[in-house]
Design a protein around this ligand. Structure first.
Ligand code: ATP
Ligand code: MG
Length: 588
């Protein structure tokens, strides 16, 4: 055991967290004969989410860092009514996608049903467990409260023989569901409620997705988990803080069953994220009520949702590294996660141009029918890396509607009547005329093109402040672009009515114009659309001739601005104007 105070351990987490420090100490003291064995134990009752990723990175991370260490992937499948093969398959895929490999070490708690049953018999024979015929309500009523001790069940003092006989008949299917349970005989007055004779087994006639109808009794989590850890000879059983109260029970079961191997349970703070729910129950509700398109909806915090959105596994691992492991409950800003995504993608993915809200530009002096192929670096920050592509330039282009203002404020440096801008990788153009339809809506801009400014500079030294992106109209690829945003509006969603918290703008679908090269994108391929954000060709819906892209994350955090604006609202108008100006400048 460590003698370093927990607070100091938190501080040290930057270099080595308290769990790894403990592993070091256990290795030094030879507590487990030099072994390090962890496990990741999901219950297959839903898809994995970003919180699970924290646990996966910790458990598999430790296995990777220590010589000869292992991490088991164990399905904690003892509650067949909520579990399924679909969830098992998704978990396997997600852990693998995150970059971790369990090798041969894939297990199911259900494979231990017989062993667990025998452990239960042993505990009964030793007089440490009894069959209770009280109803669920009676058991609840007898449990007492935090301030009052519980009352012993009238069945608490049955003889071991009678308990054993009843338990065997429970297994044989002689009793109705819910008519009796097996309980540990511990302490009805324990200040720790979990120790007040917890239920170890219950009767449930539900077909199990693996063991079928072999069993009509199923072991409870607290009984299964520690013994599964013991059977697999786990050394460090790492779980989240809500299991701290269960640790004495974890140890009690191992002791009562006289388990030959004794793992150590250690708790760490779970990951909470702002604007995000992580309860599987609520995620299931979103799916079942059709509030999202499925577990892999790109707005979901599930691993499959993040994958679909275009988040690379490296970004998830980097994020988990960055937040570290501690014992203190906290909530991490989702902006930090988004920052990790940008950080990773920034160095990973090629750039391209896409116009999400197209406005036609006609270059009046550009020769009809002519097309120039302009060379553009796929990774301008390190030209040469990732190569070059040719982008066609022609008489008709599309630019972003927001890059033009008919009556611009002073600090707007993009296109406006009489103003000149630089086209990314291209030429200077100047807006000469604004074309409108009958309703007054701007339908096109007539611009002049300066052939002398190829490469983005004027030989006469004249400057432009703005550079905007564009695509050639005749060569543009039409695509559906899904502008994915936060699913929830409130920082701490999950209250009474989940629906009320949903962000109505969490998914905006636009018909965009993409540069020609993006027509060759393959499903799952990622890009930075210059000045916009990171996008990924939808792994499922994207197809040849029907491109679909998801926005993984915008380039800038627009929510921070909104939050700031709201904070500063009561202040003088002056301040807001200043801020607006600054924003306009930033966006140029
Ligand atoms: P529920 O949402 O029903 O509480 P769960 O998220 O705990 O379920 P499990 O399948 O039991 O689901 O989780 C598997 C492992 O992942 C457990 O060891 C659990 O502690 C860990 N885990 C779950 N949520 C988080 C989280 N937010 N942060 C870190 N670890 C987590
Ligand atoms: Mg759980």
């Amino acid at each position: 055991m460590t003698n370093i105070p927990e607070n100091d351990l938190d501080k040290a987490a930057a270099s080595k967290d308290f769990i790894r420090t403990r592993v070091d100490e256990d290795l030094a003291s030879d507590k487990y004969g030099g072994r390090v064995a962890t496990r990741f134990p999901p219950e297959p009752n839903g898809y994995l989410h970003i919180g699970h990723a924290k646990s996966i990175c910790l458990n598999f991370g430790i296995a990777a860092e220590y010589e000869g260490a292992t991490c088991n992937l164990r399905f904690d499948d003892t509650n067949p009514s909520k579990e399924s093969q679909e969830y098992i398959d998704s978990i396997l895929e997600d852990v693998r996608w995150l970059g971790f490999d369990w090798g041969e070490n894939q297990f199911f708690a259900s494979d231990y049903f017989e062993q667990l049953y025998l452990f239960a018999e042993k505990i009964i024979i030793d007089g440490k467990a009894y069959v209770d015929e009280s109803s669920a309500e009676e058991i609840r009523a007898m449990r007492g409260t935090l301030t009052e001790p519980g009352k012993p069940s009238p069945h608490r003092d049955r003889s071991p023989d009678e308990n054993l006989d009843l338990f065997r008949r429970m297994r044989a299917g002689e009793f109705a569901d819910g008519s009796m349970v097996l309980r540990g005989k511990i302490d009805m007055a324990s200040p720790n409620m979990t120790m007040r004779d917890p239920t170890l087994y219950r009767i449930r006639r539900v077909t199990h997705h693996r063991s079928g109808d072999d069993w009509c009794i199923y072991p409870m989590y607290d009984f299964t988990h520690c013994l599964s850890d013991s059977i697999e000879r786990i050394t460090h059983s790492l779980c989240t803080l809500e299991f701290e109260n269960n640790r004495p029970l974890y140890d009690w079961v191992l002791e009562a069953a006289d388990a030959p191997w004794r793992p150590q349970q250690t708790e760490f703070a779970r990951l909470n994220l702002t604007y995000t729910i992580m309860s599987k129950r609520l995620l299931l509700q979103l799916v079942e009520e059709g509030l999202v398109s499925g577990w892999d909806d790109p707005r979901m915090p599930t691993i499959s949702g993040l994958r679909r959105r275009g988040v690379p596994p490296e970004a998830i691992r980097a994020f988990c590294d960055r937040i570290g492991i501690s014992k203190k409950e906290s909530t991490v800003e989702v902006a930090l996660f988004e920052h990790s995504i940008r950080d990773t993608l920034n160095t990973q993915v090629p750039r391209a141009m896409a116009v999400l809200d197209p406005l036609k530009v006609i270059l009046t002096n550009y020769p009809e029918g002519e097309v120039e192929e302009i060379e553009a670096a796929n990774f301008p920050d390190e030209p040469g890396r990732m190569g070059y592509r040719k982008i066609p330039f022609s008489k008709e282009l599309y630019i972003e509607r927001a890059d033009f203002m008919e009556d611009p404020p002073k600090k707007f440096f993009r296109l406006a009547p009489g103003r000149e801008v630089r086209l990314r990788w291209g030429y200077f153009i100047k807006c000469e005329e604004v074309i409108k339809d009958d309703s007054g809506k701007i339908t096109a801009l007539h611009c002049s093109w300066d052939p002398e400014t190829k490469g983005g500079n004027a030989p006469d030294g004249r400057k432009v402040r703005g550079t905007i992106h564009w695509v050639s109209a005749a060569h543009a690829v039409d695509a559906e672009v899904r502008l994915v945003d936060r699913l929830f509006m409130s920082e701490k969603p999950g209250g009474e009515n989940l629906k009320d918290d949903l962000n109505p703008d969490s998914l905006k679908v636009v018909q965009a114009k993409l540069e020609r090269s993006l027509g060759k994108a393959e499903a799952g391929e990622r890009f930075q659309f210059e000045r916009q954000g990171y996008f990924c060709a939808d792994p499922i819906d994207h197809a040849d001739g029907r491109p679909v892209f998801n926005r993984t994350v915008p380039l800038r955090d627009s929510w921070a601005k909104i939050a700031k604006q709201q904070q500063n609202q009561p202040k003088k108008n002056k301040n807001r104007q200043k801020k607006k100006k600054k924003q306009a400048q930033e966006q140029t």
